[in-house]
Design a protein around this ligand. Structure first.
Ligand code: SF4
Ligand code: SF4
Length: 426
């Protein structure tokens, strides 16, 4: 595993901000990161809300394009800025980023400007020809989403046919000789028992497995109760990571599990606004891809000073880089590695940010969840770009999942065009 799955960072990106509050003398990297960096080391950029699928747990509630999305010229201006800030790579996602007609143009532009690209895809556009092109580049990495090692489990959350699409894309990547691409799995109650099978699939295709945590963000808020791993499965996941974690990426998303024993490799720190942030399709900058809410909105790349101004000087990010109170967790003997868990998970389950994570392995989160007032005060993720077709899941509308009857087929062009309103080359 590597820290936040990031490639080595260079001097500028890894330079701690010289804030007055920064410690004079620090030993550990994590202590420096706590005070923020001049440039993010894990920048996620969602290029579009358009998507051919309707995954029930989509963190950005994607489906339909937003007509206000950044134009090609605006995206290139952001890339220019990232180059100036020496951001060495960016995680591109969506929606399904490859459905933007200028997607490959932007990837080429980024790599020509020394900004490496790792993009997440459901595989829909990874044809044999595209796979060969990708295999020829040293600066592009690909992450194919797969949330079940079998079609039954995957299509349960990602929709019918999505397993076949992902497997076809992987086969194309393998045939093109692209080794080391990523298979990205959101860990759920339904797939924790398949960890060995996921690893076998990754090995078979010459890929690397990446496991991430399900957060109650976007449409994920509506299915979190049903999908998030049970306590005994959290333990199973932790034990599996300890035994098999070598060469498995996690995006540092399981540091709350460290309280089971020794800390898992990684920063063990909520990097929101410190080393992590999100640029969304309309240019809004949030502290973290899982924290899409006004509370965590720092600014917009279209405003004066652009992304750099937001990253370095926004009031929100400045605040997040000051020492935070651990609240009730401070007295926990695992606080040093667990740090109270994930800010976004707490926020969207209505728990205090300075208290335990809802999936606290000591059970304090569960207790806190029971004590919540269910009076409508639990914050809701902002924005809903879900398809408007009858069977597609939407924000706030309860979804009934069934392992034998996935409810939301991929959106076909004749049913609803995910690119509606998108002008090619715009
Ligand atoms: S809010 Fe959660 S997902 Fe976001 S950086 Fe912090 S720990 Fe990670
Ligand atoms: S009490 Fe807080 S610090 Fe301790 S394990 Fe639970 S979430 Fe982590």
């Amino acid at each position: 595993m590597t820290i936040l799955d990031a490639p080595p960072t260079g001097t500028a990106a890894a330079t701690a901000r010289a804030t007055p509050a920064a410690p004079v003398k620090t030993q550990r990297l994590v202590d420096l990161f706590e005070y923020g960096l001049d440039s993010p080391i894990c920048l996620t950029w969602e290029l579009t809300y358009a998507c051919n699928l309707s995954c029930v747990h989509c963190l950005s509630s994607s489906g339909r394009r937003d007509p206000r999305e950044l134009s090609t010229a605006e995206c290139k201006a952001v890339i220019d800025e990232l180059e100036r800030m020496q951001v060495f790579y960016v995680n591109i996602g969506g929606g399904e980023p490859t459905v933007r007609s200028d997607f490959w143009e932007l990837v080429d532009y980024a790599t020509a400007h020394k900004v490496g690209v790792k993009f997440s895809t459901n595989g829909v556009k990874i044809t044999p020809e595209v796979a060969r092109k990708l295999a020829a580049s040293d600066y592009v990495d690909v992450q194919i989403s797969l949330d079940g090692a079998t079609a039954e489990v995957n299509d349960y959350v990602r929709g019918p046919g999505s397993y076949a699409t992902a497997m076809r894309a992987m086969q194309n990547m393998k045939d093109a000789g692209f080794t080391g691409f990523k298979i990205s799995v959101v860990c759920t109650r339904q797939n924790i028992g398949q960890l060995d099978e996921f690893k076998a699939i990754a090995d078979e295709y010459g890929a690397q497995l990446r496991l991430t945590r399900l957060r109650p963000s976007g449409r994920g808020a509506d299915v979190w109760d049903e999908l998030h791993p049970l306590p005994e499965q959290q333990r199973e996941l932790y034990d599996w990571l300890v035994a098999n974690g070598e060469n498995v990426l996690t995006g540092d998303s399981f540091f709350h599990l460290s309280a089971y024993g020794s800390a898992l490799p990684g920063l063990n720190l909520c990097g929101a606004g410190r080393v992590v942030c999100l640029i969304d399709p309309v240019g809004d900058v949030y502290a973290c891809p899982f924290a899409i809410h006004d509370e965590f909105l720092a600014g917009n790349v279209r405003s004066e000073g652009g992304f750099q101004e937001v990253w370095r000087n926004s009031e929100l990010f400045t605040r997040l880089r000051t020492p935070q109170s651990g609240g009730a967790c401070t007295s926990c003997s695992f606080f040093d590695s667990c740090k109270g868990g994930c800010m976004a998970a707490k926020f969207f389950t209505g728990l205090p940010l300075d208290g335990p994570d809802p999936e606290c392995v000591r059970g304090f989160g569960e207790e806190a969840l029971q004590k919540r007032k269910m009076d409508g005060s639990i914050p809701k993720p902002e924005g809903d770009h879900s398809h408007r077709t009858e069977r597609a899941p939407r924000r706030g509308v309860p979804v009934t999942l069934s392992l034998t009857r996935p409810a939301h087929p991929p959106v076909s062009a004749c049913e609803e065009n995910p690119l509606a309103g998108f002008t090619p080359g715009d």
